[in-house]
Write a protein that binds this ligand. Structure first.
Ligand code: PXP
Length: 243
């Protein structure tokens, strides 16, 4: 079965917007695990505008306690690698983010960055951290991830989500299916993430043996959508009782 890793960044962003510990990132992550999610993902960006490096340490303790997997993803800067070295999460996903980037929007150029990635992956694997590389589905050289030494790749699914239900939907989906197959045939595990949601996830998972999906943005929006009726009702109840 594919594992669900809940990306907590959006909860951290909400917390940071008020400067105190509300919502409590650790408590939110703990609830996700109690409700059956298999793991937690954090993506501390270089400016730490959502997840902070201190969150990585706190959530790793939580995941160890609950026997769940922490996936720490991000650009392998010296600072990022220091935190990963200290914390040693189950998995580290390396992402080619520029500083200040709004969100991840492409995978690695595995040819151009091969030497840098090989060295970085080796260091992480020596610490028994599983390494995944964020990649584009249309990268014809996807199997280079294996030569670089990675355990897995994470397919960047934004193009799949953006074309879902459109005229190009089938063509793009077939591209993802074929990328997963090539990666798996080379001995890589395949994860997926970005813009997956309740509507588009089912079809995506008809691709065999996707090991993990990490989902954050839509999951939080869907929590708001699905919780709205209950919460408005409860406020109105209080107003009715006191008004
Ligand atoms: N994978 C990577 C590498 C990401 O950067 C993100 C967003 O932080 C995700 C997966 C999750 O994407 P989303 O928030 O759209 O579910």
């Amino acid at each position: 079965m594919t594992k669900l890793s809940v990306n907590i960044n959006k909860i951290a962003l909400l917390r940071n917007s008020r400067g105190r510990n509300y919502p409590d990132v650790r408590a939110f992550a703990a609830r996700c695990l109690e409700l059956g999610a298999h793991g937690i993902t954090l993506h501390p960006r270089q400016d730490q505008r959502h997840a902070r490096y201190s969150d990585v340490e706190a959530l790793n303790r939580l995941c160890v306690e609950r026997e769940a997997e922490l996936n720490v993803e991000g650009y392998p800067s010296a600072e990022f690698l220091d935190v990963v070295k200290r914390v040693r999460p189950v998995q580290c996903t390396l992402v080619p983010d520029e500083p200040g980037q709004l969100t991840s929007d492409h995978g690695w150029d595995l040819g151009k960055h091969a030497a840098f990635l090989r060295e970085t992956v080796k260091g992480l694997r020596n610490m028994r951290v599983r390494v995944s590389l964020f990649v584009d589905y249309d990268d014809q050289g996807i199997t280079r991830a294996k030569e670089i030494g990675a355990d897995r790749v994470e397919l960047y699914t934004e193009p799949y989500a953006a074309h879902f239900g459109s005229a190009r939907s089938d063509e793009i989906f077939e591209g993802f299916r074929s990328a997963a197959k090539r990666a798996q045939a080379a001995g890589l595990g395949v994860n997926a993430g970005h813009d997956l949601n309740l509507e588009n996830l089912g079809q995506f998972l008809t691709i065999p043996d996707i090991l993990e999906v990490s989902i954050g943005h839509a999951l939080v929006v869907e929590c708001i959508d699905h919780g709205l009726e209950t919460v408005i009702g409860r406020y109105l109840q209080i107003l009715g009782a006191t008004g």
